[in-house]
Design a protein around this ligand. Structure first.
Ligand SMILES: [Ca+2]
Ligand SMILES: [Ca+2]
Ligand SMILES: [Ca+2]
Ligand SMILES: [Ca+2]
Length: 391
């Protein structure tokens, strides 16, 4: 605590002595415009994208943890993206941590899988019952066209994150990660022909886990199949690493360490050559690959921002960070920041005492730059996006 205050004082002192007289304090810069997709429920927990109505625009699925809801939002297009989006109530179920689009029965229409912790502790499936002839937006938004089922074989575990992994041997593949007792990273493989009978799915435990924070599919060894990049934030084996997809999915998925052993690693973003990992600390990890090794540099967060949550990178080298400043010793700090290639941070939104989540970088206003979609659950900003300002 003392250390934090002292460090803050040093920064302030340096600013006052700045010879240019220009305050380099980033939060003094113009914030980005914030637009609200939905703020009418509580505990928005993650944004996951998929095109449900086939109009080429990514739609978004979110679990509202405190309200116990899974909802779908249809992207209205750039002209209307600044207004609240048309929404559907997909399901009411307690403690959703993550909800993700995936066509599980192979009928060509996206279904939704939601992960539940708390007392619910289940992996639920929400079947999209619209048919090819009526797969319009109004039908997708009709709650009666969605029915909820579950993977009973996964009951009793706190599932935290789900990742579609394409197909393996022509079978639909879904990876799920958990926290707490009996936590694993588990692979689910559908029957060879599409089916809604979830008891026929093959369950393959890939790795024990403490608390899986994020899962990404990347072909890390360039052999044409998707490998699994993950962050495990708790327990003896906590690390950011990747699991190599073997020829036969029942064989061992060899684990390759990237970075963050012994650290509380949060959301990560990865390509085969570079991995950015946020940590629940005062820095994030920037990992660049050199053959089988990774060169890791630490990326200091803005002063006092100690609970990193997610990190993403723009094409031009700028980096955006979200954090949980509501849980920081000093709550009086913004929780979404952008860092220019020179290393200067500025706040995208000056709102303080906030808890942000993972992000999607996506152009929502059609001006060819990437905007930032995310959600926030302490000031109840809800599901939001920040408009990348013209530069
Ligand atoms: Ca769409
Ligand atoms: Ca489907
Ligand atoms: Ca591969
Ligand atoms: Ca844009």
């Amino acid at each position: 605590m003392h250390q934090t205050i002292f460090r803050g004082s040093v920064v302030l002192f340096a600013v006052l002595l700045s010879p240019t007289g220009v305050l380099p304090l980033a939060s003094a810069q113009t914030p980005w415009n914030r637009h609200t997709i939905d703020d009418t429920h509580r505990g928005a927990d993650g944004v996951r994208l998929g095109d449900f109505n086939g109009d080429g625009l990514p739609d978004v699925v979110t679990g509202w943890e405190e309200s116990g809801l899974v909802r779908l939002y249809l992207n209205p297009g750039s002209a209307k993206a600044t207004e609240p989006w048309p929404a559907a109530m997909i399901a009411r179920a307690k403690s959703p941590e993550d909800a993700v689009p995936i066509d599980l029965d192979g009928d060509g229409r996206l279904d939704i899988v939601s992960c539940h912790e708390g007392k619910q502790r289940q992996l639920l499936v929400h079947w999209n019952d619209t048919s090819a002839s009526d797969s319009q937006s109004s039908n997708l938004l009709n709650e009666q066209n969605w029915t909820t089922d579950r993977f009973k074989q996964l009951d009793g575990v706190m599932w935290m994150f789900a990742l579609p992994l394409g197909t393996i041997d022509s079978r639909t593949a879904l990876v799920v990660g958990a926290k707490g007792p009996k936590a694993t990273i588990t692979l689910l493989l559908g029957p060879p022909t599409g089916s809604r009978d979830l008891s026929t799915w093959t369950t393959i435990r890939l790795r024990e886990a403490g608390w899986i924070m994020s899962l990404r599919s990347v072909d890390m060894d360039h052999d044409g199949d998707q490998d699994i990049v993950f962050s495990d934030r708790k327990g003896k084996r906590r690390v950011a690493a990747w699991l190599e997809q073997p020829d036969d999915p029942l064989q061992t998925w060899t684990e390759h360490v990237i970075a963050g052993q012994g650290r509380e690693v949060m959301f990560l973003t990865a390509t085969a050559e570079r991995c950015l990992i946020s940590t629940r600390n005062s820095d994030s990890l920037d990992c660049r690959r050199a053959g089988d090794a990774w060169h890791v540099t630490t990326l200091k967060h803005p002063t006092g921002v100690n609970n990193g949550k997610a990190i993403e990178r723009f094409h031009d080298g700028r980096i955006v960070l979200t954090a949980n400043t509501h849980a920081s010793p000093n709550r009086d700090l913004p929780g979404i920041w952008i860092r220019d290639p020179q290393g200067n941070w500025s706040a995208i939104d000056p709102t303080t005492a906030v808890k942000f989540d993972r992000m999607e970088l996506i152009d929502l206003d059609g001006d060819n730059d990437l905007d930032v979609m995310t959600c926030e659950e302490r000031q109840n900003l809800g599901i939001i996006w920040y408009e990348n300002p013209a530069r």
